[in-house]
Design a protein around this ligand. Structure first.
Ligand SMILES: O=P(O)(O)OC[C@H]1O[C@](O)(CO)[C@@H](O)[C@@H]1O
Length: 590
């Protein structure tokens, strides 16, 4: 853990013990008596709370902050060594201290001719060599040069992966489905994702697909993840049943796998052991964390197959552009830094433990799900990088849905129930504009009317006096009061295309890093996912023993196997109930 000490020497390890933290605690108490309704009337304050980069505008005037608060947050950032930690990340330092690895996902989008050094080596040539292979491979598949085992073009792709090997690529896939250039490039092609080990997800992913024209991409950094490997074996079986030795094509299993299965992984040997040929394995490196891997082969392979490599390059260029902004812009105007510090303020000083991500863009329907993993797996930690237990809860509960759908679902709670800081994300222009004669506004303006209205409704609210003045009956007034003073940020982008999608990804990745750097938590490991996996393998082994035993005992399950497996009584009881279930019978008759 020498690296941990090196990483934290740049800033206070126990940030909550600093004078800057204490100053913010006192300041938060003072701000408790200020209402956003009043803060928003101050024009100079509001204008000071706009920041912009390449047409992306961040308006944070509806956060419960003053210019003084922002100054104190920047002092806190400096006390935490934020600037040197950002520099350390971009110089390939081992900031993932518990796994002793660099955190170099920004290198994945570094263009040819730039440098990014990890462990004494410039990794940009290696990154671009893999990208060149992806370009050649995706061109060959898309042009029909590389076909399936029966010579038919591979028009459909099923990308198997879970967590970081799934959520990011799916967010980008959805974001570009109706974007002009991406949509034309995708004509005649289909991309599906298979993540859940639930066999229903297999059925959904394969619906309407023909094995002869389907290419399967197995995406797993470790190539050991139980869900992904079982799904990979399931789809290999599906391909072999239709195209293998006992089908009408009579092709060998090896031929079928070679033509229809490719892999994306940092564990090349395991891909080979699965039967995948070297030219169909796209690697990446251990300095890319799973949830930060969208710009590696993890996202680039399926997305280039669907949208073509030039579209993917624009996406990478957008992410690189935001990386540069993050690396070089002073803290006061730095978009990821501002968002990250506001997250720290809301969570650690105002006590708001959750955050809603609300894109007013249907194309961003999977954005919140991806950021949920990026942020919660990164900052949902209980100790600092040095192992000190935090005296506060780090990380927020992230959730969200596109507007306006969310307005008709959970916004009730955020207006009159709990305080949930919100990120509103909107676009100046639509990917699919609709204008109809006779309508008051175009459909996109209708959508954006809500994007502009909701933050003000949350901030300003509605008082009892206003209701009285409007003639609302006294008994209804308490129900119709909106307390307001609910914080939000608004991000306005010019449009959603491959480039801005890359910028948005990088913006949110770095926001999470900023919060982790200030809290000094180990944002780049994920030990908290391990225990459940270990317990699941014990259940799996018990189920397997019981099912095998039942096969040789004419269907009768020997429940003593469960009893002797060491589960707590309630788990044993529930497992027995599960094993006793007979298909077709309900709980009352079983
Ligand atoms: O790419 P892999 O190795 O299959 O891992 C998938 C996901 O599983 C996790 O390790 C958590 O279970 C994530 O961090 C990762 O993104």
């Amino acid at each position: 853990m020498a690296a941990a000490a090196a990483a934290t020497s740049a800033g206070a390890s126990r940030i909550w013990t600093t004078a800057e933290w204490a100053a913010l605690k006192t300041h938060a108490e003072a701000i408790g008596s200020t209402h956003l309704r009043d803060l928003l009337d101050d024009e100079d304050r509001s204008i000071a709370m706009f920041a912009e980069h390449t047409g992306i505008v961040l308006d944070y005037s509806r956060q419960r902050v003053t210019v003084e608060t922002m100054g104190k947050l920047h002092d806190l950032a400096r006390a935490a060594g934020l600037e040197s930690k950002i520099a350390a990340m971009f110089s390939g330092k081992h900031l993932n201290v518990t796994e002793d690895r660099a955190v170099a996902h920004a290198a994945l989008r570094a263009p040819k001719g730039t440098t990014f050094t990890v462990d004494g080596k410039d990794v940009v040539p290696d990154v671009n060599a893999v990208l060149d292979r992806v370009e050649a491979f995706s061109d060959a598949v898309r042009s029909g040069k590389r076909t399936g085992v029966t010579g038919k073009p591979l028009t459909d792709v099923v990308s198997i992966g879970i967590g970081g090997s799934y959520l990011g690529p799916e967010f980008v896939f959805e974001a570009l489905r109706h974007e002009g250039d991406a949509a034309s490039a995708a004509e005649g092609r289909r991309l599906r994702f298979l993540a859940n080990v639930d066999p229903v997800d297999v059925a959904r992913a394969l619906e309407g697909l023909d094995p002869e024209t389907t290419l399967v991409v197995v995406v797993s950094k470790t190539f050991t993840t139980a869900e992904t490997m079982l799904n990979a074996r399931t789809l290999r079986d599906w391909l072999i049943r239709s195209l293998g030795p006992s089908s009408s094509t009579a092709k060998s299993e090896k031929e079928v796998v070679a033509a229809h299965v490719i892999a994306v992984s940092a564990a090349v040997d395991k891909c080979r052991a699965f039967g995948i040929e070297d030219d169909a394995i796209f690697g990446f490196w251990d300095w890319v964390g799973g949830r930060y891997s969208v710009c590696s082969s993890v996202g680039v392979v399926p997305l280039a197959l669907q949208y073509s490599f030039p579209i993917v390059r624009q996406f990478l260029d957008g992410a690189h552009d935001m990386d540069n902004h993050f690396r070089t812009t002073p803290l006061e105007r730095n978009l990821p830094v501002l968002l990250g510090l506001l997250g720290v303020w809301n969570s650690s000083f105002l006590g708001h433990g959750s955050r809603a991500i609300l894109p007013y863009s249907q194309a961003l329907l999977r954005f919140a799900a991806h950021i949920q993993q990026v942020d919660m797996e990164s900052n949902g930690k209980r100790v600092t990088v040095d192992g000190d237990v935090l005296p506060f809860e780090a990380g927020e509960i992230n959730f969200g849905e596109p507007g306006t759908n969310g307005q008709h679902s959970f916004y009730q709670l955020i207006h009159q129930g709990r305080v949930v800081p919100c990120d509103f994300i909107g676009m100046c222009e639509s990917q699919s504009p609709v204008y109809m004669k006779g309508e008051v506004v175009a459909n996109h303006d209708e959508l954006m009317s809500n994007f502009f209205a909701q933050p003000d409704a949350l901030a300003r609210g509605k008082t009892e006096a206003e209701l009285e003045e409007a003639g609302v009956p006294a008994e209804l007034r308490p129900h119709k009061v909106f307390p307001g003073n609910r914080p939000s940020s608004s991000l306005l982008l010019p449009r959603l295309n491959a480039f801005t999608c890359g910028q948005l990804l990088s913006l949110y990745e770095h926001r999470t890093a900023v919060q982790g750097f200030v809290w000094n938590v180990p944002s780049f490991d994920q030990w908290g996912v391990e225990l459940g996996k270990v317990l699941a393998s014990h259940v799996r082994a018990t189920l397997s023993d019981c099912r095998k035993g039942a096969e040789s005992a004419g269907g009768r399950v020997d429940m003593s196997t469960v009893d002797s497996a060491g589960f707590v009584p309630s788990t044993s009881a529930l497992l027995k109930r599960y094993l006793r279930h007979e298909s077709g019978k309900d709980a009352h008759t079983a």
